[in-house]
Write a protein that binds this ligand. Structure first.
Ligand code: ADP
Length: 334
């Protein structure tokens, strides 16, 4: 926050700014007849209405554009964990590919703006965003999955910066700017008709809940853990935090569940931890660690190359489980 002495006084503020509707600043911010003596800090409660910012109308307008843009999307699935580095991005992309191979229309929104992985993994780094018929058309993977990732817009040598009004105060605005950006991406991208829009979430149990709040009740959650006590503990926090709301948690996937040895074809233990995860949500499947999968991710090579391997088979099964939990009672696709 700027030091008080740097704040413009009410007297020095212009009377007319866009949206101020000619109301003197002292009356807007100080409330009806409640002008504060110079130098006294105003609080949130001193602000009348939206303080003349039109913020409520702007939020409502953006919400309407988001609702309109997502009208053709059947399911919103957020892939989260709470923990980082457990394979959220990997599973988002490769489950999307497994579903795409069944003919489903899929898009991915990489919501990890500061650590975007989808651009590289999906092979859309440096892809161009071009105008679509009404909104911005998204780049697509070779198998036809539309992908929005900050990694397509910002090279890996640079970090995303959220501008702030005051130098060195970017943390004050971070969450607000992050969600305003997410809203703008949702509202301005051409999602079209989709069976599934998958969100690759950033780490953080509490942030997972913020995404749940932002995405609204249509979004359901798939959580990812690895078989370590540390990871399971963090995922348990995410489950507890999400359970306070009304969002559906479809279940969890245990990634890096054993090491697939390509030399001998066996799956060997990787983490020494109890078999039971202790997570009180359904397990949709387990995926072994396969160095080839890591290589595929690094180079943006599609899943088709892994068909028939333990990882490929595991992803196929989990994709089916995911569909079953999204659409219970529907005949499994061939
Ligand atoms: P997160 O999105 O949770 O931060 P990532 O999906 O980026 O995690 O995965 C972290 C790293 O581990 C990536 O380099 C990815 O390729 C690799 N990885 C994830 N799951 C597997 C797996 N089952 N086998 C091999 N490598 C994996």
């Amino acid at each position: 926050m700027a030091p008080r002495s740097e704040r413009p006084s009410a007297a020095s503020e212009p009377r007319e700014r866009s949206g101020d509707r000619g109301v003197p600043a002292s009356e807007r911010a100080g409330g009806s007849g409640g002008a504060k003596p110079p130098g006294e800090m105003k609080t949130y409660h001193d602000i009348v209405g939206d303080g003349g910012s039109r913020i409520l109308e702007q939020v409502a307008e953006q919400r309407a554009r988001i609702t309109d843009g997502l009208a053709g999307v059947r399911h919103l699935v957020a892939v989260g964990s709470g923990k980082g580095g457990v394979g959220k991005s990997t599973l988002t992309l490769h489950l999307a590919s497994a579903l795409r191979a069944r003919g489903l229309r899929i898009a991915i929104l990489d919501a990890d703006f500061n650590g975007p992985s989808q651009a590289r993994m999906a092979g859309v780094e440096g892809a161009l965003f071009v105008p679509g018929s009404r909104k911005v058309a998204l780049p697509r993977t070779s198998d036809g999955i539309a992908v929005f990732s900050m990694g397509s817009l910002i090279p890996e040598s640079e970090a995303l910066e959220f501008e702030s009004a005051a130098h060195g105060e970017s943390h004050t605005w971070r969450a607000t700017r992050e969600f305003a950006l997410l809203g703008e991406i949702l509202a301005s991208s051409e999602w079209g008709t989709l069976d599934l829009l998958m969100f690759d979430l950033p780490p953080g149990a509490e942030r997972t809940v913020q995404f749940a709040d932002f995405l609204g009740p249509r979004a359901s959650f798939l959580l990812v853990t690895i078989p370590s006590e540390v990871s399971r503990g963090v995922v348990a926090r995410s489950v507890a935090a999400l359970s306070k709301g009304s969002h559906r948690i479809l279940g969890y996937v245990e990634n890096m569940s054993g090491y697939y040895c390509r030399d001998c074809g066996a799956i060997r233990p990787l983490f020494v931890s109890p078999d039971a995860s202790g997570l009180e949500i359904p397990c949709l499947g387990t995926v072994p660690f396969d160095p080839e999968l890591a290589r595929h991710c690094d180079r943006g090579i599609p899943l088709a190359e892994l068909t028939g391997t333990p990882v490929g088979q595991a992803l196929e099964q989990i994709a089916q489980q995911l569909l079953d939990s999204l659409e219970p009672g529907k005949e499994p696709s061939p």
